[in-house]
Structure formats: C-alpha cells, structure tokens
Design a protein around this ligand. Structure first.
Ligand code: SAM
Length: 248
C-alpha cells in the first residue's frame, strides 16, 4: 500500500486535472526530494508568471538531481516559452552548515558544521547525472539550460550580471549562508510580479533566519504563502516596501 501511495503514478494522479502538469510530476518524481504539493505549486506559479508575461529567466539555486528544475523546464516547454533556465549548484552536495543553522543542521552534517565550503556528502548529485536527466532524457533544449557549477559563494555574485531579469526564483540550498547570498544577489533581479519560492523556510531554521532578516532589511511585506510543512513562496510586489516613500 505504501508503495502505491508513493509511486510515480500517485504523483501523476496528484498532478491532474492538468495532463501536462501530471506528466511533468511523473517525470520528476524520482529526481526530487520535494513533495507532490510542491511540484504542483511550482508548475502553477511558473504558468502564472508566463501567462502574465512577467519578464525574465527561471532560476533554481540548489538542484540536486534536477526534479524541480525539470518541472520548471517542462512548464517552459509546454508553453513554448523561450526563457532560459539557470541552475546553480556545487554538484557535489551541501557545504557545511554554520553558526546560524542551529543544532538540527549540525547533527545532520555529522558535526561538520564550521561553515566551510566543503561537501558534507548529503544531497550529492554530479553534473553529468543531472545534465543527462534534463537534456538527454527529458530533451530540454541544451541552449536554454545553463549550469552554474560551484559554491553559490563563488558563482552567484559572479554570474548574476549575465542573467538579467528573473521571473521565477526557486531557492533550495537549505542553509543560512546559501539562502542569504541568493537573496542578496538574485532577489534584486526578480521582476515585479515574479515569484520567489523558498523550499526550506519552514524546515531549516537557517533558511528562515536569512529570509526573515532579508525581508526586514529590505522592508518586504509581501504575504508568504505556505505550500506544505516545509515550503513557501511570495510574489514580488509592484511597489516593494524597500522603495522609500516621500511625503507629497
Ligand atoms: C535539498 S537539495 C536540492 C533539492 C532539489 N531542488 C530537489 O528538487 O529535490 C540542496 C542542494 O543545494 C546545493 N547547495 C546548497 N548550498 C550550496 C552552496 N552554498 N553552493 C552550491 N550548492 C549548494 C546542494 O549541492 C544540493 O544539491
């Protein structure tokens, strides 16, 4: 019974009534650590930004085997939308958590929690494996999928200027530093009306702390919608709170 409930076909059923969404969820099931609710929500927000013509690329930071990236790429292909999908990852697993990530992260890392950019060998998937899934197996266009390989701390700041505007930004790097660097350098590129998805806001305290601090500093008051026990998203408002108000 358990096997049926967690099978690819159950994910397919949970993607209905939209057949393209169900097919994408079927294809992603074995390549994501997320849930059917999160994949369904991801497909839906991608469709919304495309329908509203929000300008910009799709970006995921924290890719693992590529399941969520597949949902984003297949949503683009289904809409015949030519946006680029940018994928940032070490492709060698999570780095060490640091001081801000709390006890649970320290335990999860086996005590390797000094914040070093060294793999703790969790959530590990290599570039060749991910490329093979997305390009060879799913036939996403090689020209439209860009892999940014390395620690966010090295790649995000360096590569952000090449990305241009972003319409959908999905952060799934678990830790405080991994989340903050993406918010600081990529959130400013998110177009008004675009969506920010935080896979770990409700499950990893470091991600939550980085996000709360960033929101407070930037004066962001957009409602954070919860998807499931771990994950949430907000729409970037047209008039973000960080624009100073002047008295007439
Ligand atoms: C939880 S997994 C991502 C899960 C995936 N999005 C899915 O759909 O299942 C976290 C990923 O973030 C990456 N990651 C976390 N912090 C990073 C950093 N600072 N630099 C590069 N990659 C990082 C890890 O390599 C890992 O692949």
């Amino acid at each position: 019974m358990q096997n049926i409930l967690t099978s690819r076909w159950m994910w397919f059923l949970k993607g209905l009534p939209s057949l393209p969404r169900a097919s994408a969820m079927f294809a992603a099931k074995r390549y994501t650590m997320t849930t059917p609710q999160r994949c369904r929500a991801l497909w839906d927000v991608c469709e919304t930004v495309m329908r509203k013509n929000v300008p910009g690329a799709f970006v995921e930071c924290g890719v693992w085997k590529g399941g969520s990236a597949a949902i984003m790429g297949l949503a683009l292909r289904h809409a015949a939308d030519a946006r680029v999908l940018h994928l940032f990852d070490s492709f060698e697993g999570l780095p060490q958590p640091g001081d801000q990530d709390g006890e649970a992260a320290a335990v999860y890392s086996g005590g390797h929690a000094a914040g070093k950019l060294a793999s703790i060998h969790k959530c590990e998937a290599g570039l060749a494996e991910v490329r093979s899934y997305l390009i060879d197996q799913l036939h996403l266009s090689e020209k439209k999928v860009r892999f940014h390989v390395g620690w966010f701390q090295n790649t995000i700041r360096a590569d952000a200027p090449q990305i241009g505007p972003i319409a959908a930004l999905r952060l799934d790097g678990d830790w405080y530093e991994s989340t903050l660097i993406c918010l600081e350098h990529l959130y400013p590129l998110l177009s008004p009306g675009g969506v920010l998805i935080l896979d770990d806001y409700f499950c990893w305290s470091g991600c939550r702390k980085a996000t709360d601090e960033f929101r407070a500093k930037q004066g962001i008051t957009a409602e954070l919608h919860q998807i499931d026990v771990d994950s949430g998203f907000w729409w970037k408002e047209n008039n973000p709170g960080n624009i100073p108000r002047h008295n007439p």
